[in-house]
Design a protein around this ligand. Structure first.
Ligand SMILES: Cc1ncc(COP(=O)(O)O)c(C=O)c1O
Length: 448
């Protein structure tokens, strides 16, 4: 896996067999970054069916913040499974759901009365946050942002910005979704402060030219855009946005599905800007792989839709709730927010050195352990370089590191490593980043 080991030949024979079966049985629309199949996992390592070991820098797209196969989580799952696996909360209730709602209300920002409701996927959480916001305000419109990603269902696909592969030929889309600019300072060629100011001004213009603010139920925003390219909202932007929401009676919904649960160095990313949302959508790393998501928010808003209007057959499944409770214990016991910051600092240092050596690295950015490299063909024109990003990924894969991309132009290499990664594994990862860039990017940059 490290530079001392020979490069892996991927896919191995067992993965090749499975690939052939997959091609026959599974539609091609489900993409897969790696062309190998998992056999088992532990902490920050996944082993494939041919015995190849990989450092997992994707965490199943930000799901495994506590790490793979944590015994505490496994025990909670087994214990609940032995008792019962399903009743449907809408038919007969169970305590793990209640306990999880209480715990989630406690760890989210805001010292007011909060309530939480659970679903299966991130997209379902966003869908329901929109439903609740519309019911609570009696208004139809939703404002989202450039580069946003909120899911693949009809409403969330509409809210998502990127056309290919998420929206192309999947329309028509849901009505009453308006898109505002996001302060992507690097691509706007502005300071973060100027970018923020320009975006707030544009939003105010939208209220005159596109949608009246008294028709807007909610603004939905990722505090650090994930799929869109790991773009953090500049400090102060969320606060200004919240002030604008309060002025017009618009609900502020933070989509913390990728940023939540210690990923950015705090339990939730909005905490870093001192913002208290009306509602937060959560998923991914709340369940360590069990399909669970939720919406948590002000009790008066959450209680607006009457009984029977929200829910779903599997929503807040008891096994997933039990897993999530064990996961929450781990965040507290192991202080994973602090660990996230330490991982981020160490990798940022490595990335800064890489940026000095390789012209193709245009920007290095992020919060805590949610960091990324944006690759460009030219640092002045900032023409995106998705091709080199793909080549770096392939070079990392064959050295035993799972790595994935993001970004509107597929040119951002992102880090979503389990926060339980050891220091030794982190050093291995840094050596792999060095070697992968040396192999692919080659060119030596003259320091700016
Ligand atoms: C910010 C954000 N919102 C929503 C979603 C959708 O979550 P899911 O894939 O669980 O539906 C994602 C998934 O990547 C996300 O990053």
């Amino acid at each position: 896996m490290s530079e001392n080991n020979p490069h892996l030949t991927l896919p191995g024979p067992k993965s090749q067999e499975l690939l052939a079966r997959r091609q026959q049985a599974v539609p091609r629309g489900v993409g897969s970054t790696m062309n190998v199949f998992a056999a088992k996992a532990d902490g920050a390592i996944i082993e494939d069916v041919d015995g190849n070991r990989f450092l997992d820098f994707a965490g199943g797209i930000g799901v495994m913040n506590v790490g793979h196969a944590r015994p505490e989580v496994t025990h909670a799952i087994i214990e609940q499974t032995e008792r019962f696996t399903h009743t449907c909360f809408s038919v007969m209730m169970y305590e793990p759901y209640i306990e999880l709602a209480e715990r989630i209300a406690k760890i989210t920002p805001g010292d007011f009365h909060k309530k939480a409701i659970f679903f299966n996927s991130g997209a379902e959480a966003v869908e329901n946050a929109v439903k609740i916001a519309r019911y609570a305000t009696g208004r139809p419109a939703i404002i989202v942002f450039d580069n946003a990603y909120h899911g693949r269902t009809l409403m969330t696909m509409t809210m998502t910005a990127k056309v290919k592969p998420y929206k192309h030929r999947f329309g028509p889309f849901a009505p009453e979704v308006y898109r505002a600019p996001f302060p992507y300072a690097y691509r706007m060629n502005m300071t973060p402060e100027d970018a923020s100011r320009a975006c707030i001004q544009e939003l105010e213009r939208m209220f005159v030219g596109e949608v009246a603010p008294d028709q807007v139920a909610a603004i939905v925003i990722e505090p650090l855009q994930g799929e869109g390219g790991f773009i953090p909202a500049p400090l102060g932007f969320l606060r200004d946005l919240k002030a604008l929401c309060e002025k017009h009676g618009i609900l502020f919904i933070a989509d913390e599905i990728q940023t939540g649960f210690c990923r950015t160095g705090t339990m939730f990313a909005v905490e870093q800007d001192g913002v208290v949302p009306d509602m937060i959508t959560i998923a991914k790393s709340m369940g360590a792989g069990m399909p669970i998501s939720g919406v948590v928010g002000r009790a008066d808003i959450m209680d607006a839709p009457p009984p029977g209007t929200l829910g779903g057959t599997y929503s807040g499944n008891p096994v997933a709730c039990a897993a999530s409770l064990a996961v929450l214990d781990l965040y507290e016991k192991e202080d994973l927010a602090v660990r996230s910051r330490a991982i981020g600092e160490k990798l940022m240092l490595c990335f800064a050195h890489l940026q000095q050596r390789h012209q193709c690295i245009g920007d290095v950015r992020g919060l805590g352990g949610m960091i990324a490299l944006e690759l460009v063909k030219d640092r002045t024109t900032k023409e995106p370089d998705g091709h080199t990003a793909s080549a770096v990924l392939a070079a990392a894969h064959k050295r035993g590191m799972i790595l994935i991309k993001a970004g509107m132009y597929d040119n951002v290499i992102r880090v979503l490593v389990p926060l339980c990664i050891t220091d030794e594994q982190l050093e291995e990862a840094i050596a792999i980043f060095d070697a992968a860039f040396a192999e692919v990017a080659g060119a030596v940059a003259t320091p700016a």
